[in-house]
Design a protein around this ligand. Structure first.
Ligand code: TXA
Ligand code: MG
Length: 345
């Protein structure tokens, strides 16, 4: 059987029926969503879900998101849903929004890492949505990458690390958003943002008023600290090279600080916005998009982080962005990629 399905320019998704069967029968499928690629398995099949952890090398206490294609599936996996949780789902689904809900008995422990909650998302990506419909079961899917590596936003970036670990590969081209979904849990009637994404605190505020941004989004976590989401604890998105994040609201100050830092190394690499690119007169540079278009930076950031090691730099200096809208998600990923080495001026 051919293992690779090219749907990059497709308008007809009926070929996904076969992939749906593979999921239903316990196989692993690499598939695109609007955020990042997912490594999917039948979310109600404990054995199939276990294969995901093995393929990624993921810690078993880090729970997975269940992806659904309609509200009928929701009622099977989640219970005691509050008014405000419904409002959030109806507003942001289908889309890059994950909500943590009380789970039902049929959700395997393997999915939730033993928690009594489950993360649920209804993706808007057409391929993902069709695939879930054909599978007829919720699909458990983490981002498609070996644990600790940047998430995969196109097949080329992840082919070498995952292709021989899956039963089927669906190529949908580049993911539209580029960073993973916003993860939200409602606590005492207030949405807490556990992982920022394209659906921003401002977007959520407009719908329900007060929003809380979890303090760990931009802060390191001590070993003994309790967190609302296990994923916050783990090393993420980090290249092998030593990375440093630098940001100032004053663009000129940021540029001079980065130039001054770069001089202290023999083979620095700078990742900057298009507008500042020419201001760094060193050999190794990557442009991550326009600072006037944070959606573009979000879309490119993981692919760019994957490129840095090939330069063998002794330091990677990355420009930060303003934290508005999707900017908070970009900063959250960059701070982790830099393992909290962050200079704010
Ligand atoms: O955009 C996305 O969300 C992508 C695509 C494939 O849908 N998926 C994704 O999954 O990013 P993953 O496994 O890489 O990240 C899921 C995050 C983790 O940080 C995990 O700890 C958190 O969601 N999470 C999942 N279930 C949870 C739960 N019951 N309680 C708290 N956090 C949970
Ligand atoms: Mg991930």
């Amino acid at each position: 059987m051919e293992k690779y399905l090219d749907l990059k320019n497709a308008t007809d998704y009926s070929k996904l029926e076969n992939a749906g069967k593979i999921i239903k029968n316990g196989g692993l499928v690499l598939f695109p969503t609007e955020t990042v690629y997912g490594l999917g398995a039948n979310g109600l099949d404990e054995k199939a879900v276990k294969k995901i952890y093995i393929a990624k090398g993921r810690k078993q206490d880090n729970p997975l998101i269940l992806h659904i294609s309609d509200f009928d599936m929701l009622s099977k996996i989640a219970k005691n849903i509050s008014e405000i949780e419904y409002t959030l789902m109806k507003t942001f689904w289908p889309g890059p929004f994950t909500i943590i809900l009380n789970r039902t008995e049929i959700v395997p422990n393997m999915v939730t890492g033993g928690l009594d909650t489950v993360g649920v998302r209804m993706p808007s990506g057409k391929i993902a949505n069709q695939l879930i419909s054909y599978a007829g079961v919720p699909i458990a899917a983490p981002s498609a990458n070996i644990s600790g590596r940047p998430s995969g936003t196109n097949i080329l970036d992840i082919f070498d690390e995952l292709s021989d670990k899956v039963d089927y590969i669906i190529d949908g081209g580049e993911c539209e958003v580029g960073v993973e979904s916003s993860v939200v849990r409602v606590v005492n009637g207030i949405p807490n943002i556990l992982r920022p994404g394209k659906i921003s605190p401002e977007d959520i505020e407009k719908v329900v008023g007060t929003v809380k941004i979890d303090e760990h989004i931009l802060k390191n976590i001590n070993d003994n600290e309790k967190v609302l989401s296990p994923g916050m604890k783990y090393r993420h998105y980090a290249p092998k090279s030593n990375c440093l994040l630098v940001y100032s609201e004053d663009n000129e100050k940021m540029i001079s600080k980065i130039n001054e830092l770069a001089k202290q190394y023999s083979n620095p690499l700078i990742i900057s916005c298009n507008e500042n690119f020419a201001r760094y007169s060193i050999k190794n540079k990557i442009m991550y998009g326009s600072k006037e278009n944070l959606n573009e930076i979000a879309k490119n950031i993981f692919t760019d982080l994957r490129k840095v090691d090939s330069f063998h730099p002794d330091i990677v200096i990355i420009e930060g962005v303003k934290k508005d809208g999707i900017g908070l998600a970009i900063m959250n990923r960059l701070i982790r990629a830099c393992e909290y080495h962050y200079i704010k001026i």
